[in-house]
Design a protein around this ligand. Structure first.
Ligand SMILES: CCCCCCCCCCCC(=O)SCCNC(=O)CCNC(=O)[C@H](O)C(C)(C)COP(=O)(O)OP(=O)(O)OC[C@H]1O[C@@H](n2cnc3c(N)ncnc32)[C@H](O)[C@@H]1OP(=O)(O)O
Length: 194
């Protein structure tokens, strides 16, 4: 299996991540951060609908069931879809830090093919933080949570202010998200930065 590139090695002055005191309790489902998110939202017919659950510390577990719409080769998950599952899982970790962050870099190893109807069992953790930078790693297994590794990824997320979305997103979606009646989703999108 390949190793992380030097681009994803945290510097010597990086620190261990600290779980936010208001982070969801271990075992709690995180829920979608945005109804129309392709990774976790319920409003995307072909989306991944990935379900993430808080773990201990700054870790989580997630599950994604590969559906026919997610194929690349016949009967197998598309690699880009698997990368999306890893990206979404890693992105969800930032909620345990109560930080808004976007993926700067994502390095993925595809270790085994993942057939349609397979449940991908993901685990992820934040490994280091330095300023706005958050390093994290994720592994996806098939055949059960202890099954063989099918995919893995390392990532660097960069913390952003809510203006990142307000300034760059389309106004109609931003307005709709700000008016989302789901208080928890609204909080995750717009109220976590001081
Ligand atoms: C509402 C919903 C809420 C919740 C939102 C949750 C969404 C979850 C979805 C899953 C996650 C995603 O897919 S997020 C979507 C995919 N990602 C994106 O769209 C990001 C697009 N990129 C950007 O907008 C920008 O490049 C940023 C924000 C990442 C960085 O721009 P910036 O803010 O100007 O910061 P910048 O000064 O360039 O960089 C800060 C530091 O990070 C380093 N850095 C920056 N990019 C990289 C990189 N690719 N690889 C290595 N290092 C990097 C720089 O060298 C610098 O280090 P130093 O000099 O300080 O040492």
């Amino acid at each position: 299996m390949s190793r992380t590139s030097a681009a994803l090695e945290p510097p010597a002055d990086a620190v261990r991540p600290v779980r936010h005191p208001d982070a969801p309790a271990p075992g709690e489902l995180l829920g979608a951060h945005y109804e129309h998110c392709f990774g976790c939202g319920g409003g995307q017919p072909h989306g991944l609908r990935l379900e993430a659950r808080a773990g201990e510390g700054v870790t989580l577990t997630a599950e994604f069931t590969v559906r026919p719409a997610h194929q690349g080769a016949p009967g197998l998950a598309h690699g880009g879809v698997l990368a999306t599952a890893l990206d979404e899982t890693l992105g969800s970790l930032n909620w345990l830090l109560r930080k808004i962050a976007v993926t700067g870099r994502l390095e993925t190893d595809f270790v085994r093919p993942v057939p349609v109807d397979t449940v991908l069992h993901l685990t992820a953790e934040v490994t280091a933080v330095a300023g706005r930078k958050i390093w994290s790693t994720a592994t996806g297994r098939i055949g059960g949570p202890e099954g063989p590794v099918a995919v893995r990824a390392d990532a660097l997320f960069i913390e952003v202010k809510v203006e990142h979305f307000i300034d760059n997103g389309r106004p109609e979606e931003i307005r709709a998200a700000m008016n989302d009646p789901d208080q928890s989703r609204r909080a995750r999108a717009f109220e976590v930065n001081p």
